[in-house]
Write a protein of this length. Structure first.
Length: 489
């Protein structure tokens, strides 16, 4: 096949551009220019303002700014997807958590989840949907990666004859104003040390040229322009509910029947432990018995949930399928209870860790979803409503988990548990917690180690939770290390 020439690619983009219909809001020049300005500001923050790897002041500013267009469109009822607005409070809570907590989940995982959720919400903001869960599933893609949308946008935005006078006046005003602002800032900077320190701490420019700027500057600008302009112009109608074909009940029956039989054998052997005391295998300690199983059972519950959702998508109220699915869910819920009991037993012996808390809470989530699924199955409620409930419970659960001071919970639990036998306390594990645990270790001889010290005087590094805790409790029990040694916990 003959490769397309450059001219052919350009012509294709022009054809797509002719078909592009921008959102009516972009006809409002003030709004359009505000979008362009916001994209430039975000690009500038990402490239030229000093930002540490951990969440700092300018991160929070960027996170808030990236929500502004979405919130503005939602407030003015310009979004076709009316579910999007209900996600905004959760995003704001996530921003607050990132600015207050310092644990690994909030500092490293939550920013990724936040931006992924923001991108998806922009992507589906103009989709007409029949259910909430569709908001998290993009169903259309950008032709020419949004270039045609941006081209059409700037064609409309560029100066027209009837508007040339006002743009000339604005340009003249800026031409006069900017030099005077520069002069006044320079004079005031030299006139007062406190004002100079304020400006330095607020805006810590990083103008040392790096070769990566050659692609990061245009990339960030292009990304935010596409995010704000192209996604708002991606109108899609997804309100039609598509009918699905039923599965072959012979295949489903054999599949579910064999899994149920396997689960029945396993659960029957766990009932003694679930209802009474554990029957320890030979040469196995209580701690070893409790430790083995809860990770594997968590994976089993996750796989069963995926199987259940997959089958329910084509479920047509067949009695055999309902009986087998109900049996599978009930047995899996019992496995979840076994997993939780083992986790409780293990924590009663060894104490709590961050990972153990997360596994425990994920078990609670899976059991809750499985119970809800069982209710939907028996009551024969609509499948898409089940997906809505799963999304709601999942988002609320995740937001709740990241809003908890988990490091302080771990420290408090272990200190209280081992106060009668302090020699059994895992001091090393507590030393690897974040500054969030600093309040919990007050009155003890425990210390917390960390990899890098934040400079609270600089806005780019300022973190409300870190700086407020350090200011309140001091650094006597908080050691700064050049390198942090991580361990699986």
């Amino acid at each position: 096949m003959k490769a397309k020439s450059l001219n052919e690619h350009v012509n294709e983009i022009k054809d797509v551009k002719d078909e592009v219909v921008l959102h009516p809001m972009f006809q409002v020049k003030s709004f359009a220019w505000a979008i362009v300005g916001l994209a430039f500001v975000l690009m500038f923050i990402e490239n030229f303002l000093q930002m540490e790897s951990l969440v700092g002041g300018w991160h929070i500013v960027a996170y808030l700014l990236v929500l502004v267009p979405l919130a503005y469109m939602a407030i003015n009822k310009q979004l076709d997807n009316h579910y999007v607005k209900w996600f905004l409070p959760l995003l704001v809570i996530m921003i607050v958590d990132m600015f207050y907590y310092s644990n690994d989940m909030v500092q490293y995982v939550l920013p990724i989840v936040f931006f992924a959720l923001v991108i998806v919400l922009y992507w589906t903001s103009m989709h007409r949907v029949h259910s909430l869960y569709q908001t998290l599933i993009p169903a259309s893609f950008l032709d020419t990666f949004g270039i045609s949308h941006l081209s059409q946008f700037f064609d409309n935005l560029l100066i027209k004859k009837q508007e040339s006078d006002i743009y000339k006046r604005i340009g003249l005003a800026l031409l006069i104003t900017v030099p005077f602002l520069v002069v006044f800032v320079a004079l005031l900077f030299a006139a007062d040390e406190r004002f100079a320190n304020f400006l330095t701490s607020l805006i810590d420019f990083n103008f040392d040229f790096e070769i990566t700027y050659l692609w990061t500057v245009p990339w960030y600008l292009f990304f935010y322009l596409v995010l704000f302009i192209a996604t708002f112009s991606m109108k899609t109608d997804r309100t039609k509910v598509r009918e699905t074909q039923a599965f072959d009940m012979l295949i489903v029956g054999i599949f579910l029947g064999m899994i149920n039989l396997l689960f029945l054998m396993f659960v029957s052997m766990q009932l003694g432990f679930l209802l009474g005391e554990p029957n320890l295998p030979e040469n196995t300690s209580l701690a070893e018995f409790a430790r083995e199983g809860f990770f594997q059972l968590m994976m089993v519950m996750s796989l069963v949930l995926l199987i259940f959702i997959f089958i329910m998508r084509r479920y047509k109220n067949e009695k055999v399928a309902m009986f087998l699915l109900a049996g599978l869910l009930v047995q899996t819920i019992l496995m979840g209870l076994v997993s939780l009991k083992k986790m409780y037993l293990y924590q009663s012996i060894k104490g709590a860790t961050v990972l153990r808390y997360y596994v425990e809470w994920f078990d609670y989530f899976l059991i809750t979803i499985l119970v809800i699924g069982l209710v939907f199955l028996v009551r024969q409620w609509v499948f898409r409503k089940l997906l809505d409930v799963i999304v709601i419970v999942g988002l609320l659960s995740f937001t709740l988990v990241v809003s908890l001071n988990i490091d302080a919970m771990v420290a408090s639990h272990n200190i209280e548990k081992f106060k009668e036998n302090p020699e059994e306390l895992d001091r090393r594990a507590i030393s690897y917690l974040s500054i969030d645990a600093l309040e919990a270790i007050q009155g003890t001889d425990l210390t917390i180690e960390y990899s890098k010290k934040r400079w609270c005087e600089k806005f780019s590094n300022y973190h409300l939770g870190y700086c407020s805790k350090l200011n309140k409790f001091g650094d006597a029990q908080y050691q700064f290390e050049k390198e942090k040694r991580y361990e699986i916990r």
